[in-house]
Design a protein around this ligand. Structure first.
Ligand SMILES: *Cc1c(COP(=O)(O)O)cnc(C)c1O
Length: 490
């Protein structure tokens, strides 16, 4: 038997309906307080979660509760079980991978979006989401300096945006593939997608998913600055065409994942135009820097693309997830994906935009709201100031590396990522030295850096991009690295 008080609580929890709005209000204020404390105290947390695998699982029951629990108990578990298992991407000393962070207004937008819970499949099911998406994507297009022919659509990630671009490219090159597929078709040529050796792995996954196969991906050699060699691309395409292979897409990257190198987009565009091949530009990381007038030249040629991917969730203070695919002609996507079942047929289809026509997803989250909040709260000038400062801090860090006898910069620094490494007598010694330095820094919990391999050499990466980052954080990570060098070199 349950004690009388508990029985009353359980009766309440088995009644119909949602949490009473009075409780919602009370917990809502409490949650905002907790989040404000979190942002204020974030530097006290270890950047990388220090827990062991399975710690979270072991702390939780193996099945869901039979009766609802007091929500305060859930919030306590957020503090006790979830928080220690958080790797703090919003920590200003998160410099690994790409340093991405959310702004406060981004958090607010997610609250509204969850409350409205609209699914933007049809204009009618989500007019605000559908129209705001068009408005903010046009704002972003203007800020990044793209011509007004480009129209965008929001997806979750760059991986998915790029997969849609390749699907549209395939549709253009081989319209039969939509109906007949690729498997078992005698008239289907081997198709080819061209990228550089430094391409993001999501593109490998796209060709797997689209049934093109990994052999359809041709990785073009890069130069000493890790940029695609355009003359090698031209040769590869000629060779493939002569062998009866159908080139469908070339994907130059502006800001590759390892080093943020920049493929020669204008030269690639010349080659694509000559052969009528779709050019998709991967600017997932770098596109935020296109709002800086002084960095516009780095984007030269992208205005000639058929499609471009940008990730505001990377370096535009917009919480994950929000990726944008811009197309020169959005109808290309529609041709590849539009399919209207009877229950979704509407009489306004010709006059409105229905998000479901442009991709795989039917329901789509109200993501544009957070980008709108970010753009309105910071303004173009505010965004420029922050991104420009991140680039300055990266160059400053690179100058310290360059001035030190123990270290070297390993790649150009066009944006806000520095590739660098500790020097040693030979490659093997240097590799183990750098791995040890990274281990020491990351296990300290005081900062997080990541690595890549360039020409066989382990190379450390410092990304600057958090909305919270200041010069003192960069000084701090430099001190940590110097100390780790002393310790590891002994
Ligand atoms: C981060 C990144 C991606 C993948 O981004 P997701 O949104 O996580 O899929 C793709 N390309 C480049 C160049 C990137 O930097």
């Amino acid at each position: 038997m349950l004690p009388a008080g508990d029985r009353a609580f359980m009766e309440k929890m088995t009644q119909f309906g949602d949490m009473p709005t009075d409780d919602f209000r009370r917990y809502g204020y409490e949650i905002v307080d907790r989040l404000a404390d979190y942002f204020e105290r974030i530097e006290e947390f270890p950047v990388l979660s220090q827990i062991q695998p399975d710690d979270v699982k072991k702390a939780l029951p193996t099945s869901a509760p039979e009766f609802g629990e007091a929500f305060s108990a859930v919030l306590d578990d957020v503090d006790n079980i979830i928080l220690p298992a958080v790797t703090h991407w919003n920590h200003p000393n998160f410099h690994g991978l790409f340093s991405t962070s959310t702004s406060s207004v981004g958090v607010f937008a997610e609250m509204f979006a969850a409350a409205f819970d609209m699914k933007a499949m049809l204009w009618r099911t989500a007019p605000a989401s559908t129209e705001l998406e068009d408005v903010v994507l046009d704002w972003l297009r203007q800020m990044t300096g793209l011509p007004d022919i480009f129209e965008g659509i929001i997806y979750d990630t760059a991986s998915v945006s790029t997969m849609h671009a390749i699907a549209a490219a395939r549709e253009r090159a081989d319209p039969n593939s939509r109906k007949s597929g690729l498997a078992g078709r005698a008239d289907a040529p081997r198709m080819r997608v061209y990228v550089s050796e430094h391409v993001h792995s999501s593109i490998d996954k796209s060709v797997i998913t689209l049934g093109l196969g990994l052999e359809s991906l041709r990785k073009i050699e890069t130069n000493e600055r890790f940029e695609m060699r355009a003359e090698k691309l031209a040769e590869a395409i000629e060779e493939d065409i002569a062998a009866g292979i159908l080139p469908i897409c070339v994907i130059p990257t502006i800001g590759t994942t390892s080093t943020t190198s920049i493929d020669p987009v204008a030269a690639v565009a010349d080659i694509c135009e000559k052969h009528g091949i779709w050019m998709h530009v991967d600017a997932a990381y770098s596109s935020s820097a296109a709002i800086l007038p002084e960095l516009q030249p780095l984007f030269d040629g992208w205005e000639r693309a058929d499609s471009i991917v940008m990730n505001p969730h990377k370096w535009f203070f917009t919480p994950f997830d929000l990726s944008v695919l811009y197309c020169r002609d959005l109808d290309d996507l529609k041709k590849a994906f539009s399919l209207v079942p009877e229950y979704l047929r509407t009489d306004d289809a010709a006059s409105v935009k229905n998000g479901m026509d442009y991709g795989i997803q039917l329901g789509r989250r109200f993501r544009s709201l957070k980008l709108w909040f970010v753009m309105r709260y910071f303004g173009r000038a505010g965004l420029i100031v922050r991104i420009r400062e991140h680039c300055r801090l990266a160059r400053l860090f690179a100058s310290w590396v360059n001035e030190s006898p123990n270290w070297e910069v390993a790649a150009p620094v066009p944006f806000a990522l520095v590739c660098f490494r500790a020097k040693a007598a030979d490659t093997d010694t240097a590799n183990s030295l750098n791995e040890e330095i990274m281990r020491i820094v990351n296990s300290s919990g005081k900062a997080y850096i990541s690595h890549t391999k360039l020409d066989g050499k382990i190379t450390l990466r410092l990304s600057v991009g958090s909305v919270h980052v200041e010069e003192r954080h960069i000084e701090k990570v430099w001190r940590l690295l110097e100390a780790a060098f002393e310790q590891a070199a002994k």
